[in-house]
Design a protein around this ligand. Structure first.
Ligand SMILES: [Zn+2]
Length: 350
């Protein structure tokens, strides 16, 4: 099996189409669609470009799926290793095992180098964030313009908690988007609510911006700057994550639930979107039990998280609506939330 042959004879466009993604032909060898790898909502968040060598290359701009060629796509899409992906594309073709091993090793090294480079960029971005104390600047805007605190109050977060979590506001956050030439360009601005995300020990890991005028209602969050990675929102970063933990989707839901439950012994963690459910299983090493309360469309991701951290430790709360909406509508309060947790059933099988 010749890998270059596999790439040349595989049609990335039809494979992407077969996932259900609707490709928009942008002309001159460029296509856009929503990202089929993380089921993104942004209809231009996934790009396919024809390189000078005639090969098609994809990039996910709306998530953390990365980029690559047709083999990388199949590896991520079908969760296959390199050899399996080649076989998937080529059919069960006779192959030279030594050659396949060499190429697999080459890819592994390349992936490791990319991982290390991304780690260095991430560490630099966090150091910049710490030096600038950027979240304090956004928080100061709430102190200078107290009427902006209403935006947080309306989401179930009173002033005292805005101060504890150092939440903030910006009037003109610049949203960057990939331009014609695949480099990032400042594209438009919007007011935002800023959310600093701290790890246990109050160590900053990122700042998330909730766009108040998003162009696409399904695509409402951006990191403060490039190279930052999403991290779960830990409601009580003063202590390590031990004992009972409630997991919900998103920072603002975690805040609303934590305030409503009012139990200092219960950790509440907000995971930034379904596609991240699995990336942070390590956070739950010392958690027991883990109550998972997904959005109505997030049950499958919740079950997968439970399977990864051990179903016997987990309980599932199926609410049928978003937890912050239920709290804000007065349908859930301290008593009923605690009861939901107390009687939470075991995790169903997939
Ligand atoms: Zn993606």
């Amino acid at each position: 099996m010749d890998i270059q042959e596999v790439i040349a004879s595989s049609d990335l466009l039809s494979i992407v189409s077969s996932t259900g993604a609707v490709l928009q032909d942008k002309g001159r060898g460029r296509w856009r669609c929503q990202c089929p790898l993380h089921n993104g909502h942004d209809s231009t968040g996934f790009s396919i470009v024809e390189g000078n060598d005639g090969k098609l290359h994809w990039t996910c701009f709306s998530g953390d799926c990365g980029s690559g060629d047709v083999i990388d796509f199949v590896m991520k899409w079908r969760d296959l290793d390199f050899v399996e992906a080649c076989k998937y594309l080529a059919g069960e073709v006779e192959s030279d095992p030594a050659e396949v091993r060499r190429l697999a090793e080459e890819r592994k090294q390349k992936a490791e180098q990319e991982y290390q480079a991304a780690k260095v960029r991430l560490e630099k971005a966090i150091a910049d964030l710490e030096r600038a104390k950027a979240w304090e600047i956004y928080h100061q805007n709430l102190i200078d313009e107290p009427d902006k605190r209403l935006l947080w109050q309306l989401r179930g977060v009173p002033d005292a908690w805005q101060d504890i979590w150092r939440l903030g506001y910006t009037s003109d956050f610049t949203v960057w988007e990939p331009g014609e030439d695949q480099t990032w360009q400042p594209a438009w601005t919007t007011p935002t609510l800023s959310i600093p995300v701290f790890q246990p020990g109050w160590k900053i890991s990122t700042i998330r911006h909730r766009l108040l005028n998003p162009r696409d209602p399904g695509d409402k969050y951006r990191p403060d700057r490039a190279n930052l990675r999403s991290h779960p929102f830990v409601c009580n970063p003063a202590t390590s994550v031990k004992g009972p933990v409630l997991v919900v989707e998103g920072e603002i839901k975690a805040m609303a639930a934590y305030i409503a439950i009012d139990d200092p012994n219960l950790h509440v963690i907000g995971i930034p979107g379904k596609k991240h459910f699995l990336n942070y299983a390590y956070l739950f090493e010392d958690a027991d039990p883990v109550y998972i309360l997904p959005d109505p469309d997030g049950e499958e991701a919740a079950i997968r998280l439970a399977q990864q951290i051990g179903v016997e430790r987990c309980r599932m709360i199926q609410l049928g609506m978003k937890v912050d909406d239920a709290i804000l509508a007065g349908l859930l309060n301290r008593t009923s939330l605690r009861r939901l947790i107390q009687y939470a059933p075991k995790v169903p099988a997939l």
